[in-house]
Design a binder for this molecule. Structure first.
Ligand code: SAM
Length: 162
């Protein structure tokens, strides 16, 4: 990871404003789609932190899930998401920092959020996730074992260790 990068809300917001989003799949992530497809309880309280363009949330809505919260730190992105989902009662769109978010969820879905964080925050990530899950709640996500050589983030190959 480039040590000079400050991965704060301005950094992320600028990525979205400049359309410099090399990580964006443009569709629901296939492993998360497969995970969602086997869920039967549509009332699960679900959080997607670092939601980005939120294809997974769109898919959950399509499948009839009724209690979805998406959270991201980038203000312009969140403004766009609010306008995109504005008429849908089944989704809550939150502008905020994952590390200070307070609530409890049955399921947390994440896609390339953990791997985009400063490695110093990994322990805090695990503790925050634990605090956000109900007893028996689950975290399911796409975690890159090796971080992407991502043009937008200037990430270098690195073995993740937590
Ligand atoms: C690599 S992008 C992944 C976005 C999306 N999940 C995807 O796969 O397209 C990481 C996302 O995490 C968000 N983010 C970074 N730090 C955050 C934090 N502390 N709290 C909430 N969101 C954060 C960024 O704004 C960005 O949307």
């Amino acid at each position: 990871m480039n040590k000079d990068l400050n991965l704060d809300e301005n950094f992320w917001n600028e990525r979205y404003c400049l359309n410099d989003t090399g990580w964006d799949l443009g569709q629901v992530s296939p492993p998360l789609k497969a995970y969602i497809d086997q869920l039967t309880n549509k009332n699960l309280k679900i959080l997607i932190p670092g939601c980005g363009n939120s294809y997974e949330a769109e898919y959950l809505l399509e499948k009839g899930f009724k209690n979805i919260t998406i959270l991201d730190i980038a203000p312009d992105l969140v403004k766009r998401l609010k306008s995109k989902f504005q008429l849908n009662q089944n989704i809550k769109i939150v502008l905020g920092d994952f590390f200070t978010h307070k609530a409890e969820y049955d399921l947390i879905l994440e896609h390339t959020f953990f791997c985009a964080l400063d490695p110093k925050l990994r322990k805090n990530y695990v503790e925050t996730m634990k605090g956000l899950l109900t007893e028996g709640g689950k975290l399911a996500g796409v975690f890159l074992i090796r971080s992407l050589k991502c043009r937008a983030l200037h990430l270098e190959e690195e073995i993740l260790s937590i």
